[in-house]
Design a protein around this ligand. Structure first.
Ligand SMILES: Nc1ncnc2c1ncn2[C@@H]1O[C@H](COP(=O)(O)OP(=O)(O)OP(=O)(O)O)[C@@H](O)[C@H]1O
Ligand SMILES: [Mg+2]
Length: 261
């Protein structure tokens, strides 16, 4: 049962304030959140509600202004940049809407990067290469290893980015609108891939505007004006649905989200 799984993410009164004076923005107004190992969670909410701010803090890319963030039981909210980078490399794989691949590196070289930046358990070059090739194979891109990002479709670039996120075997995969730039076919491929990773027991938190995407998660967090206003179980089991289920799934299980843009 999910209740017995270890807690991977716990936040206590997490706040983020940008700027000061009249330019002050309260991006997160006190978020209390627990996510357990193996969960597949969607974060939804209007534009500007604080979704990316939250995800970036969860990814150790940024620090909260106030409150605590326990990652795998360790309070990292006071960590300095260097230690955040270390823990990020060890525990987190991040996927972005715009893929964020380095354009002058091949798919394989992009996937190799996190291995090279790793401080512990460093692999010899050939083992690293085999490991990166295996990650590319797991996203179905063995035959594109030596292509550059501009020689790949958007969906393929995102699969490379997912391979890169996976390559250090992170406890947690965080994705900020991973299908936001993709057509429906490529979106479905990425969604299928994330669901496969979930079925393997990975913990995945993704931000999405797309109710169809959210409908394929098991829990939906709704954020508005920096507040967590709803936390709903999506009533799905952890088993992987058939790959053609995206169009036939009941969208009614997702909460209504009103977009401001
Ligand atoms: N670096 C920054 N400096 C100042 N304000 C910021 C900064 N980053 C974000 N904000 C503000 O914080 C609020 C939350 O932004 P955030 O990017 O988290 O929203 P979001 O929910 O991800 O929106 P979207 O759906 O458009 O991506 C917004 O009002 C935004 O203008
Ligand atoms: Mg955002």
């Amino acid at each position: 049962m999910m209740e017995n799984e270890p807690i991977i993410i716990r936040t206590e009164n997490l706040k983020k304030v940008y700027g000061s004076g009249e330019a002050q923005v309260i991006a997160l107004a006190g978020i209390n959140l627990t996510i357990r190992q193996g969960e597949l969670v969607a974060i939804m909410g209007p534009s500007g509600s604080g979704k990316s701010t939250l995800l970036n803090i969860l990814a150790c890319l940024d620090r909260p202004s106030e409150g605590s963030y326990y990652l795998d039981g360790i309070d990292v909210s006071q960590y300095q940049r260097r230690d955040l980078a270390l823990i990020r490399g060890r525990k987190i794989g991040m996927v972005f809407q715009s893929y964020n691949l380095l354009p002058r590196l091949t798919a394989l070289e992009n996937v190799l990067l996190p291995i090279f930046y790793r401080r512990e358990q460093r692999l010899p070059a050939e083992a690293a290469r085999q490991h990166a090739l295996a990650a590319l194979e797991s996203v179905g891109l063995s035959d594109r290893a030596h292509h550059y990002p501009n020689q790949l479709s958007g969906g393929q670039q995102q699969r490379v980015a997912i391979a890169r996120a996976l390559v250090n075997d992170p406890a947690l995969i965080l994705a900020d609108e991973p299908t936001g730039n993709l057509d429906s076919h490529s979106s479905q491929e990425i969604l299928d891939l994330l669901q496969r990773l979930h079925a393997q027991g990975r913990t995945i938190v993704l931000v999405t505007h797309d109710p169809e995407v959210a409908a394929h998660t098991e829990r939906i967090l709704l954020i508005r004006d920096g507040h967590l206003i709803s936390d709903q179980s999506n009533g799905r089991t952890r088993s992987m649905p058939p790959s053609n289920s995206l169009s036939s799934s009941p969208a009614s299980t997702t909460p209504e989200v009103h977009h401001d843009h």
